[in-house]
Structures are given as C-alpha cells and as structure tokens.
Design a protein around this ligand. Sequence first.
Ligand SMILES: NC(=O)c1ccc[n+]([C@@H]2O[C@H](COP(=O)([O-])OP(=O)(O)OC[C@H]3O[C@@H](n4cnc5c(N)ncnc54)[C@H](OP(=O)(O)O)[C@@H]3O)[C@@H](O)[C@H]2O)c1
Length: 294
Amino acid sequence: MRVAIAGSSGLIGTALAARLREDGHRVLRLVRRPARGDDEIPWSPATDHLDGAHLDGVDAVVNLCGVGIGDRRWTGARKQLIRDSRVEPTGVIARAAAAAGVPALINAGAVGYYGDTGDHVVDESSPAGSGFLAGVCVDWEGAARGAADAGVRVVTCRSGVVLAPRGGMLAPLKRLYSLGLGGRLGNGHQYMSWVSLDDQIRAIMFLLRNPEARGPVNITGPAPVTNTQFNAALGRRLHRPTPWIVPSPALRAVLGEFASEGVLTGQRAIPRELERLGFAFRHATIGQALDAAV
Ligand SMILES: NC(=O)c1ccc[n+]([C@@H]2O[C@H](COP(=O)([O-])OP(=O)(O)OC[C@H]3O[C@@H](n4cnc5c(N)ncnc54)[C@H](OP(=O)(O)O)[C@@H]3O)[C@@H](O)[C@H]2O)c1
C-alpha cells in the first residue's frame, strides 16, 4: 500500500510510519513545510492548501494532525488552537482525498466525542455528548465525512488515551508515580478509556486493510477503568504506593476547564465495531497495557 500520513511526527504517527515501513508499505509524510524528498508531500493546513495531484496513486490517507489536547492549560486561545488544528485541516485533507479519488481516509478522533458518560457504557451508536471537546470531535468527524460523498471509505476513529512506553499521557505520570507522588484524581470514579500504543497501531493497520470498516470506530481497550483502578494498576507496575488524593479544585486551578472535561470526567467506551469486525486486542486489560508501557 501507499499510505500518506498527516501528523506523522507525533506519538501515533511515528509508530505507525515505522510499522507500515516494516511491513513493506510505502509511507508518504504530509509536512507543513517544503518537501525535502519524494516521500514527503507539502501541505499548508493554515492556508487550506494541499495539491490533490500529490495524492494520485495513494491507497489511503491517515490523518493524525492536531495540537495536544491535555498538555497545556485550556485558555481561550488554546481551545481555539485545539479546534483550528483539527477541523479545517481535516477538511483540507478530505477535499484533496476526494479530488484525487483516494480509496480510504482513516481520521483520528477521540472518545471525548461522548462527553462525560459517568459509568454508562457507550459504543459507536451512542449520541455525542456536550462540552467543548465533544463539540470539536463532532465537527472533526463531520469534516472527514465530507470525503465520503465522493466515494472515499471514511473511518472516523474515536481513540481512548494511548498508553505508550515513551511520550503521551503516561510519561509525566510515570515520573510523578516514581517519586511516590501518585494518587487518585478527584473522587476517582470517573472512567478512562485507554488503548496500548501497539493496539492503536494494529487497529489503524486493520482499518486500513478492511474494506468493511467505515464510519465511527472506537479504538479503546475492551475494559475501561475508573481513575481509582488506573491509579492502583499504575502504582503496582511501578512498585510505588499511591496514597494521594488530588482534590478537584486544585486540578481546576492548574488545568483550567480541561480538568472538568478531560480529567475529572471521562468515558466508558467499548470497541463494539472493532470486535464486530474481528479485531483481536493484544492488550485487553489495563494491566497488560501497562506491562507493555512501563
Ligand atoms: N495520544 C492519545 O492519547 C490520543 C487519544 C485520542 C485521540 N488522539 C488524537 O490522535 C491524533 C494523533 O495523536 P498523537 O498522540 O500522535 O498526537 P501528537 O503526538 O500531539 O502529534 C500530532 C501531530 O499533529 C501535527 N500538528 C501539530 N500542530 C499542528 C497544527 N497546528 N496544525 C496541524 N497539524 C499539527 C504534528 O505533526 P506534523 O508536524 O508532522 O504535521 C504533530 O506531531 C491527534 O489528533 C490526537 O488528538 C490521540
């Protein structure tokens, strides 16, 4: 396959490009600067520019672009950037993929789509939730779906938190927990949908190859956990006690609105569509995923 990747320099993109190359596929990186070789395609999401001719002969585009969601305090400007680095760039890619007749577009997205689900289990048939992040996810998916009208097979991924050996959300937590500073966030009842980096990449490869896959697909391990369960599991892996409780007001003071939407609330999403399509997780429990990542 010839696969073009936007956001290829990030956590998921780097691992995906490596896995595709290992498996003998050709990777073309969409770069937000002039191209430096024939495996790079220049694009400018900010000025709505991607020459569809560069996508001629490409079998699929994987779109992973967007600034980090949880790595900075949510100010008005940061929220705008979270939206602007996803929705319009995805529209640019969808239009170029449609114009070039690319067979498939696999688009990143998040379980934040469902908003705060409490302990209610949600799958791909569940409605969108409310809040800033859910709104961004809805518009992000809508921008990708534009290509479906032109016959592109569009998969809109809804990923849980990716647990990786290096980088992502686990990196700062590992440092804190190693210092004995691990603990529950708020009341600890909020659910977290997670997926190991390995399964995230395997799922994207599976969706690339499977012509039946289209529409929303949750990429989350089959057993989401509460924050209390996650905290205990990470403490066990790192052989550290996790005695602390970080109170909600402190989290809100430090993280702003992200605390309410991304830390003190969560999603209990299950991978109904991946399971229907026959995908087998390598890391099906939080313990297995953390063993692979820690
Ligand atoms: N990691 C997770 O836990 C997780 C969970 C759910 C959903 N997702 C979503 O999956 C996608 C990939 O995740 P990731 O963890 O690999 O993210 P990442 O490490 O933050 O990488 C995202 C990439 O997006 C590109 N980018 C940065 N700023 C941009 C901008 N202003 N406009 C357009 N592109 C920009 C960059 O790639 P280039 O410099 O190569 O363009 C960057 O490397 C993201 O959309 C993320 O929201 C991730």
